[in-house]
Design a protein around this ligand. Sequence first.
Ligand code: TMP
Length: 244
Amino acid sequence: METAQPTEKPQKGEKLYEGKAKIVYATGDPSLVIQYFKDDASAFNAKKKGTIDQKGVMNNFIASRIFEFLTEHGIKTHYVEKLSDREMLIKKVAIIPVEVVVRNRVAGSLAKRMGMPEGTDLKRSILEFYYKDDALDDPMINSDHIRAFSLATDKEIEQIREQAMKINSLLYEMFKKTGVELIDFKLEFGRAGGGLLLADEISPDTCRLWDSKTGEKLDKDRFRFDLGKVEESYREIVKRMGGQ
Ligand code: TMP
């Protein structure tokens, strides 16, 4: 009789890439990599830098929970499993160089662009595309640019739109149950095995999260604008999602 083998922890291999908030390591399996979450924080395209104590641990917890929740609801993601406090096993993808932002309320660069106060209601959610290029400060683009520069196919753009709006509905409701309003967030998608997968992370680094009752900001805007209580706000999101 065959006995179930304990699943082996993947071995961390060479460093493949180091970004502002994460490091990616190879594993023994070429289709899998390890995403390591750092405490380093940056804003305004790395013009502002700092660290947020325990951010890596908190973002790994939050992002893992969110990927598990989205997977349960039919979204295909690069997430495989949480390996440790700061490590997540993910499928290796080729990232599409387009950042996808979904907005439910006016904030951040939209407030600036439209000359509207933060918090202004929107009649409907907005989906925006940005060209992922630090040297150019991630300029805003539209689907014509994506097609003209062959950044993604028509089919991929359609899938990205559909997935992003579905993710928005799912996460909006998920956060609402914890007394948090999802104001806006950024997504990245990647290609693997001929399909499209949600990639990168979803965390207070990549979302705006406001307390539903008080409107208090519980996300990276506290770091961006020196609002204080940065770690405490990330910790508050962890706690509301059932962590410590
Ligand atoms: P924005 O209002 O600055 O355009 O940001 C919209 C959302 O996207 C916000 O939740 C923060 C997130 N975001 C990132 O995750 N990375 C980025 O580089 C930028 C500019 C925004």
